[in-house]
Design a binder for this molecule. Structure first.
Ligand code: NDP
Ligand code: 8X3
Length: 251
């Protein structure tokens, strides 16, 4: 059986690290990308350099992204699966109180970098009849206070996935959009600027999704028979559900 190759972004933590480990541990070659090189190196320590290639760069830096792709070793060059996972939310403030620089960082990471990498890899994904899994979020579907631009970026990812599927019609390339709800990773630490107490409080007693749950979901999607495409999959913890609308009443 030919060894397949995964490129996963955001592989230094959370979903991305679990996805990298799941695939590397099950015989795939993995290109693991993120900024924190020392975290990525742990994957090489676990699975070996013939199984995991690391590329440490800021995904918002297009020149660095192109250089990382150009520098791929020969045996990691044919990519069969792209998992666009790197992303972040910054702040839970209401729109009127938000910092514009944080909004731009979310758009640059969650949207601009994602489409750039996707566009660069499309020719080889088409040639190899590969697959794309985009990690979106329930926040792209359900509004919540403080979701503003983060939810907007994820709505983009969800619609981009649907539109990609349509454009790739007839190529054999599969496109799936994974929309997780509340999951315990470093996500809330990043969102709150490193507030461990806030992160612990959010997840306490909620039995949230784990990074392993999402890695297992992506593994399932990637290993379905080639005639099947999971278009969208929304996953929440049992403890989470959508709540209703809000109304302001005059006194
Ligand atoms: P983590 O914070 O644990 O991981 C985020 C990953 O993204 C890290 O590996 C980080 O690496 C990488 N990343 C962030 N910014 C950049 C950048 N500029 N350049 C390169 N890599 C970057 O969060 P999650 O695992 O939870 O998040 C993964 C994805 O899942 C995100 O897209 C998130 O929006 C989405 N998601 C998360 C949910 C949750 O509740 N946790 C639910 C739904 C979706 P490094 O810092 O080393 O660069
Ligand atoms: C992360 C999930 O609901 O906290 O995308 O925005 S949520």
């Amino acid at each position: 059986m030919t060894t397949k190759t995964l490129l996963v972004t955001g592989a230094s933590a959370g979903f991305g690290a679990a996805i990298a480990a799941k695939f590397a541990g099950n015989g795939w070659r993995v290109i693991a990308c993120a900024r924190r090189a020392e975290r990525l190196a742990q994957l090489v320590d676990r699975f070996g350099a013939d199984r995991v290639h690391t590329a440490a760069f800021d995904i918002r830096d297009e020149a660095a992204l192109r250089a990382a792709l150009d520098a791929l070793p020969e045996n990691f060059r044919g990519i069969d699966l792209l998992v666009n996972n790197a992303g972040l939310a910054l702040s839970t403030a209401k729109a009127q109180d938000c910092d514009l620089a944080q909004w731009r960082q979310m758009i640059d990471t969650n949207v601009t970098a994602l489409v750039t990498l996707t566009r660069l890899l499309l020719p080889q994904l088409i040639e190899r009849r590969g697959a794309i899994v985009n990690i979106s979020s329930i926040s792209g579907t359900y509004p919540y206070t403080g979701g503003n631009v983060y939810g907007g970026t994820k709505a983009f990812v969800t619609q981009f996935s649907t539109n990609l599927r349509t454009d790739l019609h007839g190529t054999g390339v599969r496109v799936s959009n994974v929309e997780p709800g509340m999951a315990e990773t470093e996500f809330t630490l990043v969102r709150t600027g490193g507030n461990h107490a806030a992160s612990d409080k959010l997840y306490a007693g909620a039995h949230p999704i784990t990074a392993q749950d999402i890695a297992d979901t992506v593994w399932w999607i990637a290993n379905l028979p080639p005639h099947l495409n999971v278009n969208r999959i929304e996953v929440m913890p049992v403890s989470q559900s959508a709540a209703g609308l809000q109304v302001v009443r005059e006194a």
